[in-house]
Design a protein around this ligand. Structure first.
Ligand code: NAP
Length: 248
């Protein structure tokens, strides 16, 4: 498929998990992809190698999304290497749940810095390079609809992303730039394995309440992002798309 032919994408947090799947999907659909990582250079290099082996084009670029200087270098790397930028996927994110009594300033600042400040820095750096047909996709979460207990900070970060998505769809719409969010339900990734969620009572509870009766896989999310990145979604902006098996 070539629906993203001639487009250039940056995917943050693409060394593993949902981000790696999105990078692979965008490349399979014809985009040239900047595979961003923070600490996982090996993972990002593997994603690039897989894309190239499948006939696609990608580069791995390290950048901590909470550092403005590193975010600016990330955008420069896309422009220097590929000469343009069309698609920005704000996927990098962390989830650390805690009871409100156990919520520290550090927990708050870390999650808001990565999950909210990071996307804002990248959108600010990328916006001057995005033209008509540009597409920004924010990976939020269905927690903004489910409101799980013990997730005030994490859910707060994603609530901010939903609101920012709506605001920027209005602000950037007149320039022909679309801004949408994809809000996954629970997805099996390296991150959810590390958090102990896979195989847990939480997963069983989650699946009982999910109309489609299962948690998600990365392949359930990546094609939605590719659609939103493409001109096929040319009249879709400001949307919050739940991809959660109906769990809301
Ligand atoms: P994951 O497997 O833990 O992967 C997280 C990715 O984010 C890694 O590539 C990591 O990079 C990157 N990252 C973390 N901090 C970063 C920073 N400061 N700068 C740049 N990159 C950074 O996570 P995931 O489960 O795929 O989740 C990805 C996104 O989906 C997150 O925004 C998450 O909130 C959202 N989401 C996930 C689920 C789920 O159930 N999995 C559900 C709803 C929403 P390095 O490894 O290179 O450090």
């Amino acid at each position: 498929m070539n629906k993203l032919k001639d487009k250039v994408a940056i995917v943050t947090g693409a060394s593993k998990g949902i981000g790696a799947g999105i990078a692979r999907q965008l490349a399979a659909d014809g985009a040239k992809v900047v595979v961003n990582y923070a600490s996982g250079k090996g993972g990002a290099d593997k994603v690039v190698a897989d894309i190239e082996a499948a006939g696609g084009t990608a580069i791995a670029v390290g950048a901590d999304v909470t550092s403005n200087a590193e975010v600016e270098s990330l955008v420069s790397a896309a422009i220097d290497r590929f000469g343009r930028l069309d698609i920005v996927v704000n996927n990098a994110g962390i989830y650390q749940l805690a009871k409100v009594e156990d919520t520290t300033e550090e927990l708050y600042r870390k999650q808001f810095d990565i999950n909210v400040l990071g996307p804002l820095l990248l959108i600010r750096a990328a916006a001057p390079h995005l033209g008509k047909g540009g597409s920004i996709i924010n990976i939020s979460s269905n927690v903004t609809r489910v409101l799980p207990p013990e997730s005030a900070v994490y859910t707060g970060t994603k609530g901010a992303m939903d609101a920012i998505t709506g605001v920027l769809s209005r602000e950037l719409g007149p320039r022909g730039i679309r801004v949408n969010a994809v809000n996954p339900g629970m997805v099996e990734t390296e991150g959810t394995h590390a958090a102990g969620a896979i195989g847990s009572d939480f997963q069983a509870w989650y699946e009982r309440l999910t109309p489609l009766g299962r948690i998600g896989q990365v392949r359930d999310i990546a094609p939605i992002v590719s659609f939103l990145a493409s001109d096929e979604a040319g009249w879709v902006t400001g949307e919050i798309i739940l991809a959660s098996g109906g769990m809301r």
